[in-house]
Write a protein that binds this ligand. Structure first.
Ligand SMILES: NC(=O)c1ccc[n+]([C@@H]2O[C@H](COP(=O)([O-])OP(=O)(O)OC[C@H]3O[C@@H](n4cnc5c(N)ncnc54)[C@H](OP(=O)(O)O)[C@@H]3O)[C@@H](O)[C@H]2O)c1
Length: 330
């Protein structure tokens, strides 16, 4: 049975495992396959996943369009999350990263936030999203201005909940001074646990949901990436030191240690990694990207897994023994 959890105190409940759509946009993942992406989304829904996370920046609208196509006729079954603040048709804010020859700016001005949501709704084929998240923070716009715009959109029913991403503790505190935050979306997995010392204590105290992203450390923690894997085109893993042959071997050894636990549950190591993430205090949702229906269904299975205290202790010991050098290779 898929575990469901509430997003903050919004009264919105979603599957604890969420489907991420960054790779579906192609950008920084060596391209995408739209048909396989649509199948992955539909397979996730069939497997009980209701949380779907996307963003305009994932392929400059491509991932949102794919999501819109895939959920057509099933919009009511989905807790739909999209984002704002990475804008490619402005010179306002701060230049951030180039995509398809366009300079993407971090910009969270009030009118831009509103315009972005309207454009997203068109691409997604809906009249509202469930959660609207500031994707990256913009040092040029006062947070109170952004939060006012988000709250106005919530009052109009265009979003039901508000979240922030890639935020510092100071950013979170400034948002909370300006209004209610339902969730944060941050990198969190067995290798990236900085959050435990930064935002997590406040999130637990203030009942703010944490949506972990890159829960599989870009696929590395599945233990399935072999040393001869070739990452195509602009795939960001190509130059990431975590994917060195030595680290791939360490992760493969780690996956072998997880195997008996995985076998007891009839799953693979990757699902144990996701279930471990969801068992960490304060981590409410775990986003996992999927390229195809097979990966989507596997990841969804983790939402029905319950690890015992003994199993969690064995996994923690294996993390300490095998993953230290991999984590520090970031
Ligand atoms: N707010 C933000 O700034 C932010 C940043 C990053 C991500 N996110 C969100 O979080 C989501 C998840 O993070 P992520 O996509 O970065 O990384 P991830 O979930 O750690 O890894 C996803 C990748 O792992 C591989 N994979 C997934 N399931 C697998 C399976 N069962 N077996 C084997 N390989 C598997 C696939 O890549 P290959 O098949 O190519 O190996 C897939 O694209 C994103 O899609 C996005 O929605 C948000």
């Amino acid at each position: 049975m898929q575990m469901k959890r509430e997003i903050g105190s919004s009264d919105i409940f979603a599957s604890a495992v969420g489907l991420g759509t960054w790779a579906m946009g192609g950008w920084l993942w060596g391209g995408g396959d739209d048909a396989a992406s649509v199948e992955a989304i539909r397979a996730s829904l069939d497997a009980g996943i209701t949380l779907i996370d996307t963003a305009p920046a994932y392929g400059l609208g491509r991932a949102e369009e794919i999501v819109g196509r895939a959920i057509k006729g099933q919009r009511d079954e989905v807790v739909l999350v999209t984002k704002c603040g990475l804008v490619w048709d402005t010179n306002d804010g701060r230049p951030f990263v180039e995509q398809n020859g366009k300079m993407v700016h971090r910009y969270l001005g009030a009118q831009s936030v509103r315009d972005e949501l309207e454009a997203s709704l068109k691409r997604l084929g809906t009249d509202h999203v469930d959660v609207f998240i500031t994707h990256w923070q913009d040092p040029t716009t006062p947070i109170a201005e952004t939060m006012d715009a988000l709250m106005a959109l919530k009052a109009e029913g265009k979003t039901k909940a508000i979240g922030i991403s890639n935020a510092s503790a100071e950013d979170l505190s400034a948002y909370l001074d300006a209004g209610p935050v339902d969730c944060v979306q941050e990198a969190y997995n067995m290798l990236d646990r900085g959050l435990e010392k930064t935002l997590l204590p406040t999130c637990i105290e203030r009942d703010i949901s944490v949506i972990s992203y890159s829960s599989l450390a870009l696929g590395l923690l599945t233990g399935r990436i072999s040393p001869d894997r070739v990452f195509e085109g602009d795939d960001l893993r190509r130059t990431n030191p975590r994917f060195s042959p030595g680290n791939l071997r360490r992760v493969s050894d780690f996956a072998t240690v997880l195997k008996p636990i995985a076998q007891d549950h009839g799953v693979n190591a990757g699902e144990i990694v996701i279930a471990w993430t969801l068992a960490q205090p304060g981590i409410t949702f775990s986003l996992c990207g999927a390229r195809n229906a097979g990966q989507a269904v596997e990841n969804a299975r983790a939402g029905a897994l319950r690890l015992s205290a003994q199993e969690l202790a064995r996994i923690d010991a294996a993390i300490a023994e095998h993953l230290g050098p991999v984590a520090s290779a970031a």
